[in-house]
Design a binder for this molecule. Structure first.
Ligand code: CP
Ligand code: NVA
Length: 307
């Protein structure tokens, strides 16, 4: 049966192995080894929202593995409007060997995966960003070693990126504390799922409102935009509500003295994070961006059953 990556939960048993594989493949790429895993194959990438990292890392990653990638820009196929999700899935399955989809609606994401006959990878939707979590956990492993018992402190909106990190952290036994304003916390079902997983792995999952409490003793402090793609209509209100959640040096200094700073990017300097934190020696944001490439190559190889 074909495999998809829609949620980090789809990787549950495989997550640790995929991170190991990503490290191996990263080394192989740096050593200049050629990999022809997807020779003659095509990845179709459907984007309903803008992207720098996801678009470029998937296209370059699939090309480095011997295949070719095709980009479909927002508004080109209007999934579910011009044509049903079912029909798009069936048509693309006749052309492509794999589909990457960045969507507004996680319902459309699931439906596409259900009807496609080839693997579908979630390149971000309103619920999750699993490829970001793989790259982030890879980056944390490189900087901190074993993640069991380490603490990740998320500061800001309870959004898609946090959801994937809650699940990924729980799977790897990493403690995740999210500090979010009242009413902007993560989805309850995802928190419950992360807590269920953590019963077996020893992770501690905590949702608080005070950012200072949240970052105390943290090994990693993580920020993301206050206004995710799709939330633009509430931008003004959000910027006001979230202003106490800015990661500046004062807040960052409440974490462990050797804590690292992470951000999935794009960053809005002066909003969720200051230049001083973004550009400091403990900021690993560009390692994270690079690791999108290596993490996704491992994900694609594993999902296709090639490694
Ligand atoms: N982090 C991330 O997914 O970046 P893009 O939106 O640029 O792809
Ligand atoms: N939470 C952000 C992540 C961007 C990569 C968004 O959904 O816009």
């Amino acid at each position: 049966m074909k495999k998809d990556l829609i949620s980090v939960l789809d990787l549950e048993k495989d997550l640790e192995d995929i991170i190991k594989l990503a490290r191996t493949m990263k080394g192989e790429t740096k050593d200049g080894l050629e990999m022809e895993l997807f020779k003659g194959e095509t990845l179709v990438m459907i984007f309903e929202k803008p992207s720098l990292r996801t678009r470029v890392s998937f296209e370059i990653g699939f090309t480095q593995l011997g295949g070719s990638a095709l980009y479909i820009s927002p508004n080109e196929i209007s999934i579910g409007k011009r044509e049903s999700v079912h029909d798009v899935a069936k048509v693309l399955s006749r052309f492509a060997d794999m589909i990457m989809y960045r969507a507004f609606d996680s319902g459309n994401m699931r439906e596409l995966a259900e009807h496609a006959d080839v693997p579908v990878i979630n390149g971000l939707d309103d619920r999750e960003h699993p490829c970001q979590a793989v790259a982030d956990l890879l980056t944390m492993t490189e900087h901190l070693g074993d993640l069991k018992g380490k603490k990740l402190a998320w500061v800001g909106d309870g959004n898609n990126v946090l959801h994937s990190l809650l699940l990924g952290g729980a799977i790897l036994g990493m403690n995740v504390t999210a500090s979010c304003p009242e009413g902007y916390g993560p989805d309850r079902e995802i928190v419950a799922e992360a807590k269920r997983i953590s019963d077996g792995t020893g992770a501690v999952i905590d949702i608080v409102t005070d950012p200072k409490e949240g970052v105390a003793e943290a090994n990693v402090v993580y920020a993301d935009t206050f206004v995710s793609m799709g939330d633009e209509s509430s931008k003004e209100e959000r910027l006001k509500i979230f202003s106490p959640y800015q990661v500046n040096m004062e807040l960052f200094s409440k974490a462990k003295s050797d804590a690292i700073f992470m951000h999935c990017l794009p960053a809005h300097r002066g909003e969720e994070v200051t230049d001083e934190v973004m550009d400091c020696s403990r900021s690993v944001v560009f390692d994270q961006a690079e690791n999108r490439l290596h993490g996704q190559k491992a994900v694609m190889a594993r999902i296709a059953g090639k490694r």
